[in-house]
Each structure stands twice: as structure tokens, then as C-alpha cells.
Design a protein around this ligand. Structure first.
Ligand code: ADP
Ligand code: MG
Length: 749
């Protein structure tokens, strides 16, 4: 039910177009120009069918409604049988209180319910249903037969419904306690919907998933679900007093074994009263997809904000197990939940949702951190950037890196320009061009990123007092007002290359993402000190060449060849210096340099984030030049700051191609055009040609950065950043508008 995959979304969209097509079947085929079409009242059956299609979107939604009805009827045993993914048959049998004979005639009319009689009842409702719409809807899009018996009756009754009404008087029949509802030929009269569903993977998997979720929450009810004719049930739960037992019986021993109990009980003081109890998986549970089984006031719902929030905590604390299994049951005052927002009651809207989510996040984080000691690690492969470097200049080739494979020659127009006033090119131009037949345009480079086992005992590092002092320094400088802003702000979008627009309460701020990310990376480097996972570069890159490259880039007078020798010397010295520090760099910072002087590993500072490899040379130069190696604390601070600067979300080196920036991607060609076009003769007039490859690289780099800012930087900042007081005055945060004032201005207009 929590299937939010793009596929599911696409399905829904397809369905709505299918719906639209069905509705448009009415006559309006005249050709323009034409008179305004006549407005006519839709027949009631058409209206009902459209409404029904909204409540019952697919077989699994019918099952959910039927099972909820059974639960509302105090059943202790519910069994579901499904044929053809639910399109042919859905049958739900329960042992609940049954339906009275005299209610059968109106049972399937719209808005007939036994659960609500006046609007105010909505706020004290404890049942799942209340709209009296589900059964009616089913009769408009399927054939429904109900067999039921109430307590004290000698026989039951069976009756079939179509379009909300009984097809015949209820017939007496033998019946066992409770109600059995049969829904046959679902969407028989909605051809497009039926076709779409038939073409997609059938709903049986979704139905099994639904019942599994229901079964672990309602552990006082036994559930079963099977395909029609099958002997073995795919879900089979027995009544059990322990939630963990029911999870074990439904999801298996290995899931149950890796669960940690979580509980939050908020006091009234927090402004939102709620209780949460549940289970979350530990580091031993590794899966491809997050499972969040969420019940709010006993109703199975979805809450994408909570799911995302939990995923962020896992990504930060247990990156290898970042797709958790989570069961949560939240109870809060009924008046704080608006279940009425969605006809299928699937997404709920909660009062003070943000505060709740934050409290749950902290609790989960705490539990995960406490159990971290027992974590086991698994290797994982992640798409990453391959740093295959090529020669820096056409005239002074730097020897190719020992990548083991020949890299194609870089076309002249892609060579780096050493004119420092021209920001285009730089290291980007040395990187291996991406093969054009690859559909993946996300990154022009790729490499393996593998997680490396943590080698040190966490407790040992906690004793390194210098790191502790640096961290206390971070805490001490934290500005409470900014902290509040960072935790609760909403990202609006990028205002320019460096500033993001964010909203906090009714204020709009410009936030400098470079400063913020640099500080966040610095702080995270200290927090993860000696506990980094590693990014493995697929092709180790020689330090001396990288440093030389950085020196050349810094140089304002690149044509002066005499300086080259000097630069090489500086590069050599810096390399020697770093080679002396390799052990320390590896052990504490996961910056690994092999014995041949090749950089081959970098630390993971934020999960899901890879730094811009164009900045490696600058980083190494900075390590060599700016770090105070002799004093322990200053050294750790210096290296962390260098890493912070390297990983910060700087604007990509290629200029922003949107707007005016596109002119950087026009290259001047002359000879080529005159040769190709003899009519031009000796005309050597320059012609501008758009460099599509470079442009698309630039577009990708900028789009990727913006994605990272929104999806990695801001969520991580909310969790981890302690903004220093200096940020309040150094232009990192600038208030640009107050919405109240803006509204006032608009009112006057
Ligand atoms: P709602 O659940 O919103 O009231 P439904 O259309 O789902 O509306 O059901 C209409 C009514 O039918 C319910 O209010 C309930 O009284 C009755 N009903 C439906 N299913 C069952 C069942 N399995 N056992 C007993 N009563 C049921
Ligand atoms: Mg119902």
C-alpha cells in the first residue's frame, strides 16, 4: 500500500486519463467552428460510476474497504480469496456481527452507514468507515453479493446488488457466523480501467502486502489470504498477544530478529500530544526498499513526510541498512487527524505533523546510535564518479594515469584553457568524455564506490580529546536562533548560483549554500572522525600530477614556462609532505594514498553525496599548504576544514548554462567552415558553434548540484548543522522579506 514508486504514480495517471476517456464518451464529435456545446446533466448512474472509480481505484482498494468493514464489525477472523488479481473475484469472509435483514435493502445505497449519523460524530469516530460509500461504489463497478447472518438467527440471507440497489429480495440460506462479501468482475463496465489493470502486474501482490500490514497491527484478529483454488495461504496470521510474534509470523524470523523497539510519548508541553510505539530494523536488516507500516489511530495510512524523515536518519546513521523495515502505531487525539481529506482515507493530514516527525526522528536516531556497536558491515556498490585524468595541456602533456586502459584523445575544443579569466574548462576538460550511446546522462564519469569496513573501535576515538574539543567548539558557537531557522526552514529554490531562497515561518531568507555546506561538511568530518565509509576511486590518481594541476590553475601567468620548473618542485615537495602523513590521513580521515603516491580513496561525509572531482587538485594543494601538521588539534581542524571546503556545494566549474551563461559554450571555428563550404572560398570569418557536449555536461552538473542541495544538503542540515553565530552577520543568512508585509502590500494593490 505504501507503494510510491514512479510506476505506481504512472499507473494512477494512466488511470485518470482512462477515466477521462470514459467520461468523454458522450456525443461531442462536431467539427470546429461550432456553437458552444450544450451543458447537460449527467445521468445519475454515470455520476455514480465516476465517483465509484475514485473510491475503488484498483482491486486492492476494494479489499481494503471490505477488510475494514469486517474489522468494524468486531470480527476475530478474516479471510480473503482472490482470483485473477481481484478482477474476477474478491471474496472477504468474516465472523463479525453481521448485517440485519431489514438493513439489506439500503446496504449498498450511497451514503448509508451505521457508523455516523451527524457531522460531529466525525470527531469521535473510532470505526474505519464512515462515509457509507465503499459498498455502494463496488456495486457500480462490479457485481456484489452479500451473505450474512446476525446473532440469534436460524438462517442467513443472501442478496446481490447492482448500481446501488438489490437485484432481488434477500434469499434465505445457510450461513456461518458473520458476513461474506463477494465482488465479481470488477470494472466490467470501465473498459479502459480494466485494460490498464490487466496489462499491469496484477494486484495480488499488493493485496498480500495489505493483509500482511493489517495482520501485524490487528494482532487480535487472524487473517488469511489466498488465491482462489490454492491450498496454501499466502498470508496466514494467528491471534497473538505480542506484536513481535505477529511480525515474525507474517514477515519472517529474520525480520523479527533485527528489530529494535521504539517508543515516544510526548507530553502536552510539546504542543502536540501523541504516543508512538513501534519497531525499527537495525543494521542487520538490508533491503532494497523501505517498508513503513504506519497506523494512525488504528488506521493503515501513508505519510510520505514521515517515511522520508526516517530514511534520512538511516542514511545518516546506518548507511548500509538505509532501507529499513519500520512498524509504527501512532495514537493521537481524534480531533487532530483529518481523515476526511482523501476519499480512500489513505493519506491523512495531521495537526503539528512537523513536530511529531521530528520527535520520532530523534527517537529513532537515538536508538540506532545506541545499537551501533553491534553493527555488521556489508559491501555495497554505488554509482560514482570515475576520475580518469588526462593531460593538462596540449603542449605539456602530463603522463596519463595508470588506469590500465587507453583513454580516447580529448578533442582540441575540450582542452583546458589556462586563461584564468576564462572559467570554462579546467579539470573538466581532462576527464574522459562519456560514451554517447549511454542513456545515463547523470554523470559524465563513473566509478565504484565501495564501503570499507570501519577499522577502529568507536570508543577509542571518543578519547581523542582534541576532536572532542573541536566539537565542543562547534556546539559552543552555535547560534540558537539560526539553529531554529535551519531546523524548520523550507527550501524554496535557488535564487542564483550561490543563494537559495528559504522560508522560515513568515520570513524569506537568502541562504548561502556554499558557506552552509562548507560548515556542515566540516562539522560532519569531525563527527565522523575515524569512522568514515570510503569512496573508492576506480582509477587511482597520482598526487604529484594533481597538485601540479592545481598550481597551474592558480597561476596567473601560465605562459611563463620558466615557472614550470618551480611548480614541479613545489608539487614534489607537497607530495613528499603528504606521503609522510598517509597513515594518519587514512586512519582518521579515510583519505587513502597508496605507496606509489596515488590517491585512491576519499571519505563519505554525507551519504548519497559525492564531491565534485574537479576539486581534487585544489584539495590536495590545500592539504599540503594550509594544514598546520605539528599541533594535533590544529592539524585535525585544518584537514577537516580542507575536506569541508572540498565537499562544499560550490557552483560547478563549468559556468551555469542557463540564461547568459550559454555564451561560454559557443566555440569559434573558422577553417572548418570554409573547408566544408567551398562557396565561402578563402573567407576566414569566424563562426560560432554551440559545443553541445560541453553544454550538456554543464547542464547535468548544475542540475545534479541543485538536486543535491534540495535533497541532501537541506535535509542533512536540518538534522546535523549547528550554525555558528558568525553566520548571522557574515551574509550567510539574509532576510529578504516578511510575508506579512508582502501581504499588506498586495492588499493595497
Ligand atoms: P462505511 O463503512 O463507511 O459505513 P460501507 O459502504 O463500507 O460504509 O458499509 C456500509 C455499511 O454496511 C456499514 O456501515 C456497515 O453497517 C455495513 N457492513 C458492511 N460490511 C459489513 C460487514 N462485513 N459486517 C457487518 N456490517 C457490514
Ligand atoms: Mg466501510
Amino acid at each position: 500500500m505504501t507503494d510510491c514508486s514512479p510506476l505506481a504514480v504512472a499507473m494512477e495517471e494512466e488511470e485518470s486519463t482512462a477515466m477521462a476517456m470514459e467520461v468523454e464518451e458522450s456525443p461531442s464529435t462536431s467539427i470546429a467552428p461550432r456553437d458552444p456545446p450544450k451543458i447537460q446533466r449527467l445521468e445519475e448512474s454515470v455520476v455514480n460510476r465516476i465517483a465509484a472509480g475514485e473510491v475503488i481505484q484498483r482491486p486492492v482498494s476494494a479489499v481494503k474497504e471490505l477488510v475494514e468493514n469486517s474489522l468494524d464489525a468486531d470480527s476475530t477472523s478474516i479471510s480473503v480469496t482472490v482470483k485473477d488479481g481481484g478482477l474476477k473475484l474478491i471474496q472477504v469472509s468474516d465472523d463479525g456481527h453481521g448485517i440485519r435483514r431489514e438493513d439489506l435493502p439500503i446496504l449498498c445505497e450511497r451514503h448509508t452507514t451505521s457508523k455516523l449519523s451527524k457531522y460531529e460524530d466525525l470527531f469521535s469516530l473510532s470505526s474505519m468507515g464512515f462515509r457509507g460509500e465503499a459498498l455502494a461504489s463496488m456495486t457500480y463497478v462490479a457485481h456484489v453479493t452479500v451473505t450474512t447472518i446476525t446473532k440469534g438467527q436460524i438462517h442467513g440471507h443472501r442478496v446481490s446488488y447492482r448500481d446501488g440497489v438489490m437485484e432481488h429480495e434477500p434469499k434465505a440460506c445457510a450461513a456461518v457466523k458473520g458476513t461474506q462479501i463477494m465482488v465479481e468482475n470488477l470494472f466490467y463496465n470501465m473498459i479502459a480501467r480494466r485494460k490498464t489493470l490487466q496489462n499491469s502486474a496484477d494486484d495480488y501482490g499488493k493485496i498480500v502486502d495489505l493483509l500482511s500490514r493489517m495482520a501485524i497491527h490487528h494482532n487480535n484478529v487472524s487473517f488469511s489470504c489466498r488465491k482462489h483454488g490454492a491450498v496454501k495461504a499466502d498470508v496466514h496470521s494467528v491471534v497473538s498477544s505480542s506484536r513481535l510474534d505477529s511480525i515474525r509470523s507474517v514477515y519472517g524470523v529474520s525480520v523479527a530478529k533485527s528489530l529494535i523497539k521504539v517508543e515516544v510519548s510526548s507530553g502536552e508541553s510539546s504542543g502536540c500530544a501523541f504516543d508512538m510505539e513501534g519497531f525499527v530494523s537495525n543494521s542487520n536488516y538490508v533491503a532494497k526498499k523501505t517498508i513503513l507500516v504506519l497506523f494512525i489511530n488504528d488506521r493503515l495510512v501513508e505519510c510520505s513526510a514521515l517515511k522520508r524523515a526516517i530514511e534520512i536518519v538511516y542514511a545518516a546513521t546506518l548507511p548500509k541498512a538505509s532501507k529499513p523495515f519500520v512498524y509504527m502505531s501512532i495514537n493521537l487525539p481524534r480531533e487532530h487527524v483529518d481523515i476526511n481529506i482523501h476519499p480512500t482515507k489513505k493519506e491523512v493530514s495531521l495537526l503539528n505533523q512537523e513536530i511529531m516527525i521530528e520527535m520520532i526522528q530523534s527517537e529513532v536516531e537515538l536508538k540506532l546510535r545506541n545499537t551501533n556497536d553491534t553493527r555488521t558491515f556489508q559491501e555495497q556498490k554505488v554509482e560514482y564518479i570515475q576520475s580518469t585524468l588526462k593531460s593538462s595541456r596540449s603542449d605539456t602533456p602530463v603522463s596519463p594515469l595508470p588506469s590500465g586502459q587507453k583513454t580516447p584523445k580529448v578533442p582540441v575544443h575540450k582542452m583546458v584553457r589556462t586563461d584564468s579569466s576564462d572559467p570554462a574548462g579546467r579539470l573538466h576538460a581532462f576527464l574522459q568524455p562519456k560514451p554517447h550511446n549511454l542513456p545515463d546522462t547523470v554523470s559524465s564519469l563513473s566509478a565504484v564506490r565501495s564501503s570499507i569496513r570501519q577499522r577502529r573501535n568507536p570508543k577509542e576515538t571518543a578519547d581523542l580529546s582534541s576532536v572532542q574539543e573541536l566539537l565542543s567548539g562547534v556546539d559552543g558557537c552555535c547560534h540558537p536562533g539560526l539553529l531554529e531557522t535551519v531546523r524548520n526552514c523550507t527550501y524554496v529554490g535557488m535564487a542564483d548560483d550561490v543563494f537559495a531562497l528559504v522560508q522560515y515561518q513568515t520570513h524569506l531568507y537568502l541562504a548561502n549554500v556554499v558557506n552552509l555546506s562548507k560548515e556542515l561538511m566540516y562539522q560532519q568530518t569531525l563527527r565522523r572522525f575515524a569512522h568514515f565509509n570510503a569512496i573508492q576511486l576506480s582509477d587511482p590518481a597520482p598526487l604529484s600530477e594533481l597538485i601540479l594541476l592545481a598550481l597551474q590553475e592558480e597561476d596567473l601567468d601560465p605562459e611563463n614556462n620558466e615557472k614550470d620548473h618551480l611548480k614541479e618542485r613545489i608539487a614534489e615537495m607537497n607530495t613528499e609532505l603528504l606521503m609522510e602523513k598517509v597513515e594518519m590521513l587514512e586512519e582518521y580521515f579515510s583519505v587513502f594514498i597508496d605507496s606509489d603516491g596515488n590517491l585512491s580513496r576519499l571519505p563519505v561525509i554525507l551519504d548519497q553525496y559525492t564531491p565534485d572531482m574537479d576539486r581534487v587538485p585544489e584539495f590536495l594543494l590545500c592539504l599540503g599548504n594550509d594544514v598546520e601538521w605539528e599541533d594535533e588539534k590544529a592539524c585535525f581542524q585544518g584537514v577537516s576544514a580542507a575536506i569541508g571546503n572540498f565537499y562544499a556545494m560550490h557552483p560547478p566549474l563549468l559556468p551555469n548554462p542557463s540564461g547568459d551563461g550559454v555564451r561560454f559554450y559557443y566555440t569559434k571555428t573558422s577553417e572548418k567552415s570554409s573547408q566544408e563550404n567551398p562557396a565561402l572560398g578563402g573567407n576566414v570569418e569566424m563562426e560560432s558553434v554551440l559545443d553541445q557536449d560541453l553544454l550538456s555536461d554543464a547542464e547535468t552538473a548544475w542540475a545534479q548540484r541543485e538536486w543535491s542541495i534540495q535533497h541532501v544538503l537541506f535535509p542533512s542540515m536540518r538534522l546535523f548543522l549547528k550554525p555558528p553565530a558568525s553566520m548571522a552577520s557574515n551574509g550567510t543568512f539574509v532576510k529578504v522579506a516578511s510575508l506579512e508585509k508582502l501581504y499588506k502590500i498586495f492588499e493595497r494593490c
